[in-house]
Design a protein around this ligand. Structure first.
Ligand code: HEM
Ligand SMILES: Nc1nc2c(c(=O)[nH]1)N[C@H]1C(S)=C(S)[C@@H](COP(=O)(O)O)O[C@H]1N2
Ligand SMILES: [Mo]
Length: 427
């Protein structure tokens, strides 16, 4: 059995499978996880604020940027995680499998870490395609796993600290070179490594790239003259190309300059009524009749005061034009020009408390976005509008006609369409 495990490890040995490569990729993966966690938690609290929480309303593109970054970093996790698993795969066959109780705990925590990571990035990605082939609620599970992963990441870094410091501290440079040299001659599978190297030379050539890339590779590969360097370089190049491809071919759904390359992103800029993608249609929301009814009016309520406004009355009030994005939690976003009545003007007409939060209710009868909440920082912001027009035309039914909310720095889910009632919440 022991022999079999050893043989398995031996046959899997290749130059790119070494602790330093594990650290290099692991570091990038750690950064991507932390970026995902930070932007994810921000998105979470925007949607479910604790009572005392207030959020910045500038830059107006903040959420577009933070959630776009979440999806980009999340997508980059795919090639990085696969690369990392590739590198450490032979560890699966380590023998003896368990050396001590502590070692058992270490291996169990890593198994959990790998499993949870794969689930997290898979459900995240499928969510951006609005595909939910699982029986649990996405947001709750994705949120909980976010905390689990950060906990396991800290634990993992703690456990691996000896390896990490050995390969990153300049003070241990000499020691590192010594272990490398020993590893090159004594490691099991050295012959296989040599074969892999020759194959890599055939595939990638032995020329070293110039410029920044060359210097970066030289830095990563502390032994540039060593025969194994080419294959390591080839591996990193492959991971780099895979990462650039998956990110480059989707990031355009958020970051406009990359739009032309947006091949796999679930949404495309400019496609949809009035040049803006539509998330939930009026038909699906079941509001076609109520939204086009002649008697529609928007009701504002605060304290005991309640006033209703027809669309004509809203159109007769002072109008403001703003440029703000719809920035969906799913990662796509689209900048657009909106025109309508400032929410704070309407709030003043019903003498709402300046510190009051508002509750927005849609004509929609069911659905989780039928009711949303807005803190005073958004209510009082001069860019927050009850929008009546989009890109120079009457707001399309699909975009929330007769009136929808648009505010700076908020997730798309909170930009309530087909408004029917806006009320101040008294604490
Ligand atoms: C380690 C990696 C990741 C971590 C730690 C993470 C963490 C989070 C957290 C904490 C949230 C907030 C959930 C909430 O609102 O309650 C979130 C939201 C989200 N994440 Fe991730 N995430 C990761 C990877 C990904 C990936 C790979 C994707 C997709 C490519 C993704 C897509 C999303 C989406 C679409 C949301 C918005 C959910 C919603 O509000 O409906 N995430 N993420
Ligand atoms: N009433 C209502 N408003 C809604 C939604 C909804 O389902 N119902 N979807 C939200 C989501 S998730 C997004 S991203 C934006 C999309 O706006 P658009 O369809 O005009 O682009 O509307 C938001 N407003
Ligand atoms: Mo959305």
């Amino acid at each position: 059995m022991r022999r079999m495990m050893y043989e398995a490890q031996r046959s899997l040995a290749t130059p790119s499978r070494n602790p330093r490569m594990a650290v290099v990729i692991g570091r990038l993966l750690g950064v991507a996880f932390i970026v995902c966690f930070g932007t994810g938690v921000y998105s979470h609290f925007l949607q479910e604020p604790l009572p005392w929480m207030r959020f910045p309303t500038r830059p107006a593109l903040l959420y577009q940027f933070s959630q776009g970054t979440h999806i980009v970093a999340g997508i980059a996790c795919f090639p990085l995680l696969l690369a990392k698993l590739y590198i450490v795969f032979p560890e699966l066959f380590a023998s003896p499998p368990v050396k001590s109780f502590l070692h058992l705990l270490e291996r169990a925590s890593i198994a959990l870490f790998v499993g949870a990571s794969l689930v997290q990035i898979t459900i995240g990605l499928l969510n951006t395609y609005q595909w939910y082939p699982w029986p649990f609620p996405f947001r709750e599970v994705h949120y909980a796993l976010g905390w689990v992963l950060v906990g396991l990441l800290v634990l993992h870094i703690g456990i691996k600290l000896p390896i990490i410091t050995r390969f990153w501290s300049a003070r241990h440079e000499a020691e590192r070179e010594a272990t490398d040299a020993a590893g090159a001659t004594e490691a099991p599978g050295a012959a296989d490594a040599e074969a892999a190297r020759l194959e890599a030379v055939r595939l990638w050539g032995s020329r070293r790239p110039s410029g920044v890339t060359g210097r970066l590779l030289a830095w990563i590969d502390a032994t540039p003259a060593a025969p194994t360097s080419v294959s390591r370089r080839g591996f990193l190049t492959a991971v780099g190309i895979a990462g650039a491809a998956v990110v480059g071919l989707t990031a355009g759904q958020t970051f406009a300059p990359l739009d032309a390359l947006n091949v796999f992103g679930p949404r495309k800029k400019g496609v949809g009524q009035q040049g803006v993608p539509v998330n939930r249609t009026a038909q699906k929301a079941g509001v076609t009749a109520s939204a086009t009814a002649a008697g529609w009016a928007l009701t504002l309520a605060a304290g005991g005061v309640e006033r209703s406004f027809s669309r004509a009355e809203l159109e007769a009030m002072p109008q403001t034009e703003v440029e703000l994005p719809i920035a969906c939690v799913e990662g796509w976003s689209q900048l657009a020009v909106w025109r309508g009545v400032r929410l704070r003007d309407l709030a003043d007409l019903v003498d709402a408390d300046p510190d009051a939060s508002f509750r927005l209710t849609s004509l929609e009868q069911r659905g989780s976005f039928r009711r949303t909440q807005m803190g005073p920082e958004y209510v009082r912001d001069p860019l927050t509008l009850v929008a009546l027009e989009l890109n120079g035309e009457t707001l399309d039914l699909q975009h929330g006609y007769p009136a929808r909310m648009i505010a700076p720095g908020r997730p798309g889910v909170l930009q309530t369409k087909w408004l029917s009632r806006i009320e101040a919440i008294t604490a």
